[in-house]
Design a protein around this ligand. Structure first.
Ligand code: GLC
Length: 544
């Protein structure tokens, strides 16, 4: 009944058909024994990614950086930080990735540089510096206070007084991450040059960091108080970000990036903008002013883990998509709690099936295929500047950035010295080697799901039929040609029966049910997800 060959899907780009895998380079594989992951380490592990079946790798930043924000503070857009290796190591990684038929997407951080970037050092040297206007400077208020009430995402004012010239500079994030002034065409040209540098080397696209932050209100008006603010919330949330994010000018800059990348053929731009879905849609751009191919859809990350909530989310998101634009889904990343912690470990297989059967490009965060949960970080080992600046509100990102556990040896095969962050304490069960050998493991399920998605166009590029919840069961159909697959996800901790006239099980999260045929009634075990092939035109199974 199902297709066994990898189908040719003409008309769909690789970034539409494929699965993206995010690597946090500090934590994937150390090759030189300094306790921090590096490029040569990633190259060593490419065969694992090939085995897993992913199509593209997105690398969090590996540029030259003082590492105040672990690489998101770039001091040379065209250099590789020695911690990660050399440009030669990068070229080797890229070539080896391509040789295995996979793509490589780089992170790119256009909103800000490091305060150690030569551009900023020059800009801050004097008010008359030719680079002064590459950043955002304002005089203090008469009282000496910052020019307005804007807050940094990472705590405190978004302004830091520069002692040398007596003016404040703006930073949406750390003081070590001054914002570039995107109203200055010289900034645009310099960044375009950097993008071309990597495209010329052959990278397949960019994930554009915090793209909604590129522009700020030209009049520097105060932000209004946050109406949802209440006692107990972090002080960083006291005001809205109205005049700091999502200004319309952002779209022109993205269109400029698009022109550059389009000139190189089948490349992809992915955009990070934490915004309501209605606003995210603007980042697809318009036919005249194209946006990114994939504005990240983060809305599963904050979603209530309830069948009805997620059914509504799927339908709402799909309904909002502008014509011809491609959806995408994210379950975890280096900034948010691990999915297995958010949904409880028993639900991790269900979450994996959800991510890998929805319509749209899935991005899988390293370690989520093993069911890693947030790792407890002892106070003396906290490294994340967000946690250090705004402690105690759960912002810390170290728990989701811990080293990849490859095997059950000391330090999990990640390094042979002290790792920069501790590994997960449940490494006995959660490591690649153990799960690879266990057909019932989450890792094997994820691999099976990716393989099923790859050989089944209904899953990779098909449209939706029904999307609904039946009590605790989320149900959606994926259609392609004459094929219909129905996905059933049981969010309950109990066995549930749901009517189904006829079908054949392709994959279960709960063991070997593939090939089982269904007549009239489908049994779902606690927390079980099923992909079932159902005949296209049977009417009787449409209603519960
Ligand atoms: C993005 C990154 C995050 C970083 C921030 C500042 O949100 O994902 O890790 O700290 O931008 O660059």
């Amino acid at each position: 009944m199902s297709l066994n060959l990898e189908p040719e899907l003409d008309g769909f780009a690789w970034w539409q058909r494929g699965v993206v895998y995010q690597i946090y380079p500090r934590s994937f594989q150390d090759s030189n024994g300094d306790g921090v992951g590096d490029l040569a380490g990633i190259t060593r592990r490419l065969d694992y990614l090939r085995w897993l079946g992913v199509d593209a790798i997105w690398l969090s930043p590996v540029y030259t950086s003082p590492m105040a924000d672990f690489g998101y503070d770039v001091s040379d857009y065209t250099g590789i930080d020695p911690l990660f290796g050399t440009l030669g190591d990068f070229d080797h990684l890229l070539a080896e990735t391509h040789r295995r038929g996979m793509k490589l997407i780089m992170d790119f951080v256009p909103n800000h540089t490091s305060d150690q970037h030569p551009w900023f050092l020059e800009a801050r040297a004097s008010k008359d510096s030719p680079k002064r206007d590459w950043y955002i400077w304002r005089d203090p208020m008469p009282s000496g206070a910052p020019p307005n009430n804007w807050l940094s995402e990472f705590g405190g004012a978004a302004w830091t007084l520069d002692d040398i010239t007596g003016q404040y500079y703006y930073h949406a994030y750390l003081p070590q991450q001054p914002d570039l002034n995107w109203r200055n065409p010289a900034v645009r040209d310099a960044v375009h040059t950097a993008l071309r540098f990597w495209l010329d080397r052959g990278v397949d696209g960019f994930r554009l960091d915090t793209i909604h932050h590129l522009f700020e209100d030209e009049a520097f008006r105060d932000n209004p108080p946050n109406p949802d603010f209440r006692v107990g919330l972090a002080p960083t949330l006291a005001f809205t970000r109205t005049h700091q994010v999502d200004l319309p000018e952002v779209q022109d800059v993205i269109a400029g990036f698009r022109r550059i990348t389009d000139a190189y053929g089948a490349r992809v731009l992915v955009g990070e903008a934490y915004l309501p879905l209605e606003k995210v849609m603007a980042y697809y751009g318009t036919p005249e002013r194209p946006g990114v191919h994939l504005p990240f859809n983060f809305h599963l990350i904050g979603a209530a883990w309830k069948a009805s909530f997620i059914a509504d989310l799927i339908a709402h998101y799909d309904g909002l998509l502008p014509p011809g634009r491609w959806p995408n889904w994210v379950l975890g990343n280096h900034d948010r709690a691990r999915v297995a912690s958010r949904v409880e470990p028993a639900n991790a297989p269900l979450a994996a099936m959800l991510l890998l059967t929805l319509r749209g490009t899935p991005t899988l965060y390293y370690g989520d295929e093993l069911g890693l949960t947030n790792v407890d970080i002892p106070p003396e080992r906290v490294r994340d500047p967000w946690e250090l600046r705004v402690p105690g509100f759960g912002f810390g990102r170290d728990p989701v950035r811990t080293p990849m556990p490859w095997d059950n040896t000391r330090h999990g095969g990640f390094t042979n010295s002290e790792p920069w962050l501790p590994l997960n304490s449940d490494i006995g069960a959660k490591n690649v080697e153990t799960q690879r050998g266990d057909p019932k493991s989450l890792l094997r399920l994820v691999r099976d799901l990716i393989a099923l998605r790859r050989r089944t166009p209904a899953l990779s590029v098909g449209s939706y039929g029904i999307i609904e919840s039946r009590g605790d069961v989320l149900v959606y159909e994926r259609l392609w040609g004459g094929q219909r697959l129905t996905v059933f996800l049981n969010f309950a901790a109990t066995t549930v029966y749901t009517p189904l006239a006829q079908g054949a099980v392709l994959l279960s999260t709960a063991g070997a049910r593939a090939g089982e045929s269904v007549n009239n009634l489908l049994c779902l075990r606690p927390h079980e997800g099923l992909v079932v092939e159902t005949p296209q035109h049977a009417e009787s199974d449409e209603t519960p």
